[in-house]
Ligand binder design. Structure first.
Ligand SMILES: C[S@@+](CC[C@H](N)C(=O)[O-])C[C@H]1O[C@@H](n2cnc3c(N)ncnc32)[C@H](O)[C@@H]1O
Length: 523
């Protein structure tokens, strides 16, 4: 065992190809021993193996946050003396934080890379291993469960996460088998689970004896949608939800879209800078659909001068289109300039509405129930004509008579899974059932606050029909509103669904899977 971190080139170099999860695929030194990856046969994920073991284990781990922090930091240090390369140690640390502390990998990992001074190929390798392991978690767990004599729920999280990382490398990367097995055992040792080394070694060796493709085929559940879900590393219920909207023909593409890393969309703040100017200043392309959008292929948006000066910000193009639809939708009678955002935090759409309001001489009231998120809205809108109210949108205590209202409802977030690699395994279908009542009540409240002839844009960052069409259909049936054609507001965007509402998709439009409908109060 070496005294320091092993060179990455010893346990697999960092050259890249595409992974099943749509990122760059980490490779080992070319040894020719790995079966070449076939994206359709070896992606996967679903609940085969059953256990939803990815949840937070804070309770089991016990201790204060500070203690847990120290424990995790120690693991990275110990990994060095245990002979594990630094990128894998950082990946392991991140997996533990995600599972134990409910941390978000896309926030935790960049920080860990910075702290540990990893960049270039090492950073890319660590990123792909982290995101890949988290996205494929359901499949990886199913494989581990098949080779383990003990149920996954009975394993210490440190043992399970090391096995997940090792198994992911065996199934989905060209990392040499011995490197994957060896580092997995060393990580368990570094985490202080000496006694589990033999157990872990046994599982890893057993997995290396199987052909990955055959193994995954054996574990693929029956049923067309369940099998597609498994191949694309999603829980079956999410695949079922998507298939009800895109149909079976487009389901694989829709799921694959969740594993592609989104490019950054910038919004050029109207009245401050045009998209054309922003694109020229940043050397980027103008967006396809929103007149304010610019696509940033690479780099850190926080380092851009227009972003630092508040002339531009990061905002998904779909969100831009929704905020713009609120302002552009035809209304009956004259617009008195009273606009409302009923669910405003953290304020992206309120800020765009505020920029447009300033140009039109209108004002925006922005309601947010959480005071922390309300503060974020305050920060985001700056000196725009936006008044922030910390209140429940179902009873905000505002004078009715608004011309335009946005109800960007709290939702399951199934439309933004590509932004958080761990998210698909954290969500559960019961989240949706709980949210739909709140969504309807917020919409009902908006109808009460709207003047006759005014418009509401109802939107979600979810394509699930229970949160989208069902809410709108019920509102049209029960409330004093009619549905207008929302397609007219996004003339350049095709393929947005059969209904009057708009359903965007990452695989079709490059946006999050955002939904919006336009509802007008009967005059
Ligand atoms: C989808 S987010 C809105 C995103 C926001 N429009 C933007 O573009 O930044 C939904 C927001 O609704 C808030 N929310 C949840 N329940 C609410 C309620 N009863 N009244 C008002 N806001 C609520 C949540 O805290 C969350 O900030």
């Amino acid at each position: 065992m070496s005294g320091g971190f092993r060179s990455r080139s010893k346990s697999g170099d960092n050259s890249e190809a595409r992974t099943p999860q749509g990122g760059k695929k980490p490779q080992s030194k070319p040894s020719g021993e790995r079966v070449k990856y076939d994206r359709h046969e070896r992606t996967g994920g679903d609940r085969a193996g059953g256990s939803r073991t990815g949840g937070s284990r804070a309770g089991r781990a016990g201790g204060t946050n500070r203690n847990r922090e120290r424990q995790v930091v120690d693991i990275v240090r110990n990994a060095g003396s245990a002979g594990v390369d630094l990128p894998r140690a950082v990946v392991y640390e991140t997996l533990l934080r995600v599972h134990r502390d409910d941390a978000f990998a896309n926030l935790t990992l960049p920080k860990a890379l910075r702290v540990n001074k990893l960049d270039g190929r090492d950073a890319a390798f660590a990123t792909e291993l982290t995101y890949g392991t988290l996205r494929a978690e359901g499949v990886v767990d199913a494989v581990i469960a098949k080779h383990s004599s003990r149920g996954l729920d009975s394993l210490a999280l440190e043992v399970l996460d090391a096995l997940r990382l090792g198994t992911y490398q065996l199934l989905y990367t060209r990392v040499e088998q011995h490197a994957a097995v060896d580092t997995t055992v060393r990580l368990v040792q570094a985490a202080g689970h000496e006694k589990a080394k033999g157990f872990v070694n046994g599982i890893m060796r057993s997995i290396t004896r199987a052909n990955p493709q055959t193994l995954l085929e054996q574990l693929t559940p029956d049923g067309e949608i369940a099998a597609i879900a498994f191949r694309h590393a999603h829980p079956e219920w999410i695949a079922q939800s998507f298939s009800r909207v895109v149909g079976l023909g487009d389901l694989e593409a829709a799921l694959e879209g969740d594993s592609q890393r989104p490019i950054v969309h910038l919004v050029a703040r109207p009245g401050e800078i045009t998209a054309e100017e922003l694109a020229l200043m940043t050397g980027s392309e103008e967006g396809k659909y929103s007149p304010y959008a610019v696509y940033m292929e690479s780099g850190d948006p926080g380092e851009l001068e227009p972003v630092q000066q508040g002339l531009a910000a990061v905002q998904d193009e779909g969100s831009q289109l929704i905020a713009r639809a609120v302002v552009e939708a035809p209304i009956d009678g004259e617009d008195q300039g009273r606009w409302l955002d009923l669910c405003a935090g953290p304020g992206g759409k309120a800020a765009l509405m505020g920029s447009l309001a300033r140009m039109d001489g209108a004002t925006v009231d922005a309601v947010e129930v959480s005071s922390h998120r309300g503060q974020l809205v305050e920060k985001t809108v700056g000196d725009l004509p936006v008044r922030v109210h910390i209140a429940d949108g179902r009873k905000p205590g505002l004078e009715p008579g608004f011309d335009r209202i946005l109800v960007d409802a709290p939702c399951s977030g199934l439309g933004a899974l590509r932004r958080r690699p761990e998210a698909r395994w954290r969500k559960s279908e019961s989240d949706i059932t709980e949210l739909t009542q709140l969504q309807f009540e917020l919409l009902e409240s908006a109808v009460g606050l709207l003047r006759p002839g005014g418009v509401i844009v109802y939107s979600t960052c979810s394509p699930d029909l229970r949160e989208t069409r069902s809410i709108v259909d019920r509102a049209v049936a029960e409330l004093d509103i009619v549905e207008d054609n929302a397609h007219d507001l996004i003339p350049d965007m095709g393929d947005v669904g059969e209904h009057k509402s708009v359903q965007m998709w990452p695989h079709r439009h490059g946006t999050d899977a955002m939904f919006f409908a336009v509802l007008r109060k009967k005059s």
